[in-house]
Design a protein around this ligand. Structure first.
Ligand code: HEM
Length: 134
């Protein structure tokens, strides 16, 4: 598996642990006010990052590009800031609102970069690997 695909899966599972942690906290306390932080940790973190990692695993050539690593850092930084800021905002800390807004735009930028990666062609000078015997 390409290094970046592995990195995306490692990051994704951390967000699933955080997301489930928030879910369990909601269930135990019967206070569901942080539902948005739970849903976004799980969906932008675990689910979307695992999909990005899966795409890179299937397209190892694209995973080697510098742009793919830049996309990882931008998207991951956005989610890593959004989840705690949204959590605090939903608990009533409205000073977090501009941070949530800024992180949302960073995440969107990361998604647009991933769209660019998906639509871009594979490298033209790729060498054709010999057929496998198994
Ligand atoms: C042990 C694991 C989990 C626990 C304990 C848990 C717990 C919860 C709780 C207590 C709520 C609030 C329900 C409500 O107020 O109506 C909730 C909502 C939600 N959860 Fe989870 N959850 C878990 C896993 C997940 C996962 C893996 C995902 C996504 C991949 C997810 C996505 C969502 C979403 C999208 C909502 C909002 C649903 C809505 O507003 O209708 N949850 N969860």
């Amino acid at each position: 598996m390409p290094r970046l695909a592995n990195l995306y899966f490692k990051t994704a599972i951390i967000f699933l642990i955080i997301g489930i942690g928030i879910g369990l906290k909601m269930a135990i306390t019967e206070d569901h006010s942080v539902i948005g932080a739970h849903a976004h940790a799980n969906l932008l973190g675990w689910v979307t990052m695992a999909l990005f990692g899966g795409y890179h695993a299937l397209n190892p050539q694209k995973a080697e590009r510098r742009l793919a690593m830049i996309q990882y850092y931008i998207y991951t930084a956005g989610v890593a800031v959004l989840v705690p800021a949204l959590y605090l905002m939903l608990l009533g800390n409205m000073a977090m609102e501009p941070i949530v807004a800024a992180a949302s735009i960073v995440i969107f930028l990361g998604v647009l970069l991933f769209a660019f990666i998906i639509f871009s062609a594979e490298q033209a000078n790729a060498t054709i690997s010999p057929a496998r015997s198994h």
